[in-house]
Design a protein around this ligand. Sequence first.
Ligand code: HAM
Length: 459
Amino acid sequence: MSINPVKGTHDIYGYDAKVFDEIEGSFEEIATLYGYSKIQVPVLEHTELFDRGTGEGSDVVRKEMYTFYDKGGRSLTLRPEITAGIARSVLSNKLYVGDLPLKFFYYGPAFRYERPQAGRYREFNTFGVEAIGNDSMLLDVETILLAYTSLAYLGFKDLTLKVNTLGDKEGRKKFNEALRDYFSSHIEKMCDDCKERLKLNPLRILDCKVAEDQEIAKGAPKLSDFISEEAKDRYQQTVDLLEAFGIEVEEDPNLVRGLDYYSGLVFEIHARDESGQKLGALVGGGHYDNLLSSLGGPDLPGVGFGVGIERIASVYKANNAEVAPSIDVYLIALGERTKIPGFALTTDIRNLGYSCEMSLGGGKLPAQFKKAQRRGARVIAIFGEDELDGRSITLKDQESLTEKKVSIDDLEEALAEMLDGTCGCGCHHEHEEGHCCHHEEEKEENGQGHCCCLHHHEE
Ligand code: HAM
C-alpha cells in the first residue's frame, strides 16, 4: 500500500514551486529595499517558548501545537508561528546589544493542528518581518507599507487593510480585569473552551464562535473604554499617515488577533478573488511591547507581520497564466560518437551561465525535437556527426524561429545574442545592426561596427 501525505500537508513542485519562489523573492526584494536582512531560526523550539511568548491563552498554543517529548524527555514543539522564535534568537544571541532597531525578514514552514480546508493547512509556509528595539510609530507605518507594497508588486488590487489598537500595557491589564469580572458571573453557561480562556486570557473569549457565548460577549466591557489618550493619539497618527500614503484604512474595533503578544497597533490585509469572494486574511501582524521581556529579555518593543504563502499563491495563480518551467538550451546529440563530446558541451554551456539539458534517450530527430519543445527550450542545439567533425553546432532559436550553424569557438557570442539580446562582448547593451550601442550619439562617436564598449562587431 502506498503512503499518503500527512493530512493538511502538501507537496510543492513544478509550476507551484515556481510561484512560491516568485512570491518569496518579491517579498524578499521589497524587504531588502526597506533595510531588512535575512534571519533563519529553527523549526523546532522548546514548548515553553510558545507558552510564554505566543501565549498559552491563545487557541494556537492551547489547541493547535504539534508538541512531543524527544528521546531526552524534553518537551519540544514544531513552531506554530515564527515571531516567538525570532524574539528568542534576538535574546539567545544578544543581538539587541548594538544598533537598534533590528530588522529581520524570514520565511519557512509553520505547523498548526487546524481543520484543513481551502487556504488552511497543517503545515504552511509564511514570509514575515520583525523590527525590534524602537518604539517609533513610523516603524508601525513602515511595516504596513512594506506588506502592502509587496502585495501590490505581486499584482494584488482589491486589498482591504483592517486596523485596530489594543492600547498600552496598563490599559490592557485593566481591560483584562474588567473582562474577568464580567465573564466570571456568566461562565457557568459558557463552553468549556471559554472556561479555560477565562483562566488563561479572558480577551480570547471575544473570539469564541459559539453563538450563545457570542451573545453573552456582546454585553462585555469594550476595549475602546480602556485605551489611554496617549495610545489613542498614536493610533490616530498611524491611521492618518497611512491614509496620507494613499492606503485606504478600515478601522475594525473587533480586530484583536489570535496571538497573545500584541499591544498597540494590530492589522490584517484581506483580499478578494476574481469573483469578488472574500479570501480572509493574507497578512496578519501588529506591534508588541512585552514579548521580549516575557521571555526574560530586556523591555524592547517590536512590530512585524506574517503572510501565508499558500493563500497568496492561490490568488496569484488565478491572476497569472501558467508558465511551463523552461530551459535556456536543450542539446540534441545525434549519433553514438557525439554522446560524450555533446555531454561535455552541456557543461560548457552551463559554465556560461545558461541552463542546459541534453537528450539522454536517443531516438530520431523529430521525436527528440518535440521533447525539447515540451521542455520549454528557448534554443535547441543540434550536435550531429557533421557538426562534431566540423567543430560546429546548429542553434535553433525557438522564439525568433531562426537557425544558424556556428563554430564551437563562437558559441558564447551566439547564445548571448539569442538568449540575452546582447552581442556577447559582456557589455550587455542591446545588439542592433551589428553594434550594441543604443544611444545614437554614442553610435556616432564610436562608429558603425563598434559598440559603446569599443568591442568590434561584424555588420
Ligand atoms: P498569523 O495571522 O497567525 O500571524 O499568521 C500569519 C499568516 O499566516 C496569516 O495571515 C495567514 O495568511 C497565514 N496562515 C495562518 N494559519 C494558516 C494555515 N493554517 N494555513 C495556511 N496559512 C495560514 C502570525 O503568525 C504572526 N507571527 C504574524 C506576526 C509577525 N505578528 C507580528 N510579527
